[in-house]
Design a binder for this molecule. Structure first.
Ligand SMILES: [Zn+2]
Ligand SMILES: [Zn+2]
Length: 420
């Protein structure tokens, strides 16, 4: 029996894990700068939360959730996205009682039963933010600029920001009506997915990736011609802030969110460095979601990106992470007496903040020196029984080949000053 990872999942290790850490650390550092606080929610929730919070008519809820019944007979689902859980926590812990807007970020695994492909896995990692409690267009601009800031500081430059307003429950019904009429006229030509979307979720037809669908809907009415005064003014202010910050965007009136609780600002960030569907980040306002999940009428906005897709874009770009390669010291010992103090000296090195390693396979000195080379050690400490008697070690600089004797007591100060 040979075990393999389940389809759509992956082991992440060595350089790939370093890349993931780089993405997470860069994101966290910037979240802090923008005053966002971390939230960690459970990996699974009651299924109903996602049915309400993601929407019954979405592909996610209809076909992609990992839902199971636990031993107590409850229906649970591995989270397919982060927003519903964050909003649930916001309501459950009455975070709205705070007089300031609640600014949160999360990083963690999500699960969707999809056809696995490059950068799209069944277990994937999402990095996202949610801001609850402000409908100020300046917050929209902050959230967008935060996303851009993260990608730029990671080293992604070839980005396109697409922006739209999806309106609100006041102005959307009028557009929806016109759109549905138009779509009925071309129904036969739409792909199967769009034919069913037409009834449940007509806005989504506009951003179908199918070429025929794009062609036959090219003259379909878009929301921008139907925005109410409120939505229009909100949108203009968001754009004005972006202009002030020098953030370029392309208006895309076909950029939509299918569900009623999405309102006004919608945006996507596209990396021109990865493949045909280069979307690496999506976000927008959802002023109706908190109420949908059982809270008060609290406005919200957020974005999320998939860590796997960003990792892919960084690799395509050939980003040099400038990771600290190698170790500071490899500790070579021969003989029983030397061995007897080796763990103590190694421990002292590590306590002093020095990245140190030794042999654990009982290898001869020559093999230990080879190991030091493989690990790219800057220095080697050599301790044999002779040196042990005189309470000294030989310190070898691996770059120059120079050697010197150092007494036990001086190992830390000498290495510390050399490594500085
Ligand atoms: Zn409106
Ligand atoms: Zn379609």
């Amino acid at each position: 029996m040979k075990f393999q990872v389940p389809r759509g999942t992956a082991d992440v290790f060595f350089e790939e894990a370093e890349l993931w850490n780089y993405i997470e650390q860069t994101s966290k550092e910037i979240f802090k700068r923008y005053n966002y606080k971390e939230i960690r929610t459970p990996i699974f929730e009651y299924t109903e939360l996602f049915q309400r919070g993601v929407g019954e008519t979405t592909d996610i809820v209809e076909k992609e959730m990992y839902t199971f019944t636990d031993r107590g007979g409850r229906s649970l689902t591995l989270r397919p996205e982060g927003t519903a859980s964050v909003v649930r926590a916001f309501v459950e812990h009455k975070l709205y009682a705070n007089p300031d807007p609640t600014k949160l970020y999360y990083i963690g695994p999500m699960f969707r039963y999809e056809r696995p492909q490059s950068g799209r896995m069944r277990q994937f990692t999402q990095v996202g933010v949610e801001v609850l409690g402000s409908s100020d267009p300046a917050i929209d601009a902050e959230v967008i600029s935060l996303a851009i800031r993260i990608f730029e500081e990671m080293g992604l430059t070839n980005l396109r920001l697409e922006l739209n307003s999806v309106g609100c429950p006041v102005c959307r019904p009028l557009h929806r009506e016109k759109l549905v009429t138009h779509l009925h006229g071309v129904k036969e030509k739409l792909c199967k997915d769009c034919q069913s979307r037409l009834e449940r979720n007509p806005m989504r037809v506009l951003d179908c990736k199918n070429e025929t669908c794009q062609e036959v809907t090219k003259d379909a009415p878009t929301i921008d011609q139907h925005l109410c005064e409120d939505c229009k003014s909100h949108h203009e202010k968001v754009k004005a802030y972006l202009d002030q910050m020098g953030i370029e965007y392309v208006e895309n009136p076909r950029l939509v969110r299918g569900l009623d609780y999405y309102t006004q600002t919608a945006f996507e960030i596209i990396s021109k460095d990865i493949g045909a569907v280069g979307t690496i980040c999506g976000g927008g306002r959802y002023n109706g979601l908190v109420a949908e999940i059982g809270g008060n009428d609290v406005p919200g906005i957020g974005f999320a990106f998939s860590l796997e897709r960003v990792a892919l874009a960084l690799k395509e770009k050939g980003i040099d992470l400038k990771l600290a390669k190698g170790i500071d010291v490899y500790f070579v010992t021969t003989g029983e007496k030397a061995d007897s103090v080796s763990m103590k000296i190694l421990d002292d090195l590590r306590k002093a903040g020095i990245k140190a390693e030794k042999d654990y396979l009982g290898r001869k000195m020559k093999a230990q020196m080879k190991a030091a080379d493989r690990l790219q050690a800057k220095y080697v400490l050599i301790l044999g029984d002779d040196e042990f008697e005189s309470k000294k070690v030989i310190l070898r600089d691996m770059a120059s080949g120079e050697q010197q004797e150092v007494s036990f007591d001086d190992i830390i100060p000498v290495l510390t000053s050399k490594l500085r």
